[in-house]
Design a protein around this ligand. Structure first.
Ligand code: ADP
Length: 397
């Protein structure tokens, strides 16, 4: 079975074509700068030279048609006919309380995705454009929607409710939804493969966006992101948890509109806002090592926010069997993992320094006999989407 995975942003379309028997990537790439004068297709096929094309691409529909041409191309293609693709899996972002798992996209599902735009005004519209582009370019192709939020539909109500007047929950569906669920689900499945079922696990997705999830026997019981991805850890440019009273006070003092405050909290805060150096962890770390005090502070605040969540999730889970690091910082930062594991040594974590010196590879980084086992597990959201697509089609999900 071959599955094409599509992940659309407002001006980009990323894709990967999987062979599901071997779970290998046959082709992958992206169209960038959709809607601008010159868009760029970069396309790689296993065993062939990378192909790039600069051409105007007006919309996601044209972007997909460019991708399909590349996939079918005699020289740099990966398939002989579109009929070789069995299904398309879409990164469908926000499924609210409606989608508790991945689903075949039929008209009613697409309509519901449109109804949910109010909850994810930035992320759901491009996902919908991706679905519509497939309907246009690949009529009749089975499509599956994989929602970032569905993993969190197992959260108990006491965990997802905010302490606001109940009417706002009813009127605006205001509750914790959680995001990055496809990534947390992927790594937690891998932990189950490694350790067997019934384990209490905390997964740390530390990238430019960052979140932590508490998982009990494969089911999410709490997560740090909330109604939007702004809640939780300090991130590259997002502030994470703050006193909510600050929002109104900032609007008054700085004479800002709600949209402007949102912009400050989403795009100008976090590592960037505190350090004044960059949103990229590597540059902030470099600056801190060179003596920049604010950069060092930004990293301390980031680590502190992680420890705070890990501590509270251990209390919620009533113990911990495994801690997992994933995404850009989690997979690559030896120093971040070392700092956090040392702070958590009281749990009985014994760090294996040699194993921790690896970057970007799956590894158990705790010593044999460590009371809590610690893993680095590279995330692979595209593969998770491809697996779901296969499983939904085969009636396994
Ligand atoms: P996203 O997919 O959300 O853009 P990623 O998961 O790619 O984010 O993570 C990006 C983050 O990972 C950046 O802050 C970057 O600095 C960090 N990162 C990548 N490589 C390294 C590394 N070798 N050491 C430390 N941090 C790294």
């Amino acid at each position: 079975m071959k599955v094409l995975v599509i992940n659309c942003g407002s001006s980009s379309l990323k894709y990967q074509l999987f062979d599901m028997e071997s779970e290998t990537v046959l082709a992958k790439g992206m169209v960038e700068k959709i809607g601008l004068a010159q868009s760029l297709l970069s396309h790689s096929v296993a065993g062939k030279e990378k192909y790039e094309e600069e051409t105007p691409v007006k919309n996601h529909n044209q972007a997909l048609s460019l991708v399909l041409r590349a996939l079918l191309h005699e020289e740099h293609g990966a398939i002989g006919a579109l009929s070789e693709i069995d299904a398309v899996g879409h990164r469908a972002i926000h499924g609210a309380s409606t989608f508790t798992g991945s689903v075949i996209i039929i008209k009613e599902v697409l309509d519901t995705m449109k109804d949910l735009i109010a909850l994810a005004p930035l992320h759901n519209p491009p996902a919908i454009l991706g679905v519509e582009a497939c309907l246009e370019n690949m009529p009749g192709m089975p499509m599956v929607g994989v929602f970032d939020t569905s993993f969190y539909q197992t959260l108990p109500q006491k965990t997802y409710m905010y302490g606001l007047p109940y009417e706002y929950y009813e009127k605006y569906s205001m509750r914790r939804y959680g995001f990055h669920g496809t990534s947390h689900r992927f790594v937690s499945r891998r932990v189950t493969e490694l350790l067997g079922p019934g384990k209490k696990v905390i997964t740390c997705h530390l990238g430019s966006g960052a979140s932590i999830t508490a998982i009990d026997d494969g089911r999410a019981v709490d997560t740090s992101m909330g109604f939007t991805p702004l809640q939780g850890l300090l991130m590259g440019t997002r502030c994470g948890d703050i006193d909510p009273a600050i929002v109104g006070i900032l609007m008054e003092k700085e004479n800002l509109t709600p949209a402007q405050v949102s912009d400050v909290m989403n795009k100008k805060s976090g590592l960037l806002g505190l350090s004044g150096v960059s949103s990229d962890f590597r540059y902030v770390e470099e600056a801190a090592l060179a003596g920049n005090q604010r950069a060092a502070l930004a990293i301390e605040v980031f680590y502190q926010s992680i420890l705070r969540y890990i501590g509270s999730y251990i209390a919620e889970l009533g113990g911990l069997d495994a801690l997992v690091f994933t995404a850009g910082i989690g997979e690559n930062s030896v120093s971040a993992r070392e700092y956090l594991c040392r702070k958590l040594a009281y749990l009985g974590i014994e760090l294996d320094e040699a194993a921790n010196s690896l970057r970007g590879k799956e590894a158990e980084i705790s010593k044999a006999g460590s009371k809590v086992r610690v893993f680095v597990i590279p995330t692979n959201e595209e593969l998770m989407i491809a697996r779901d697509t296969r499983d939904v089609l085969l009636g396994r999900l």
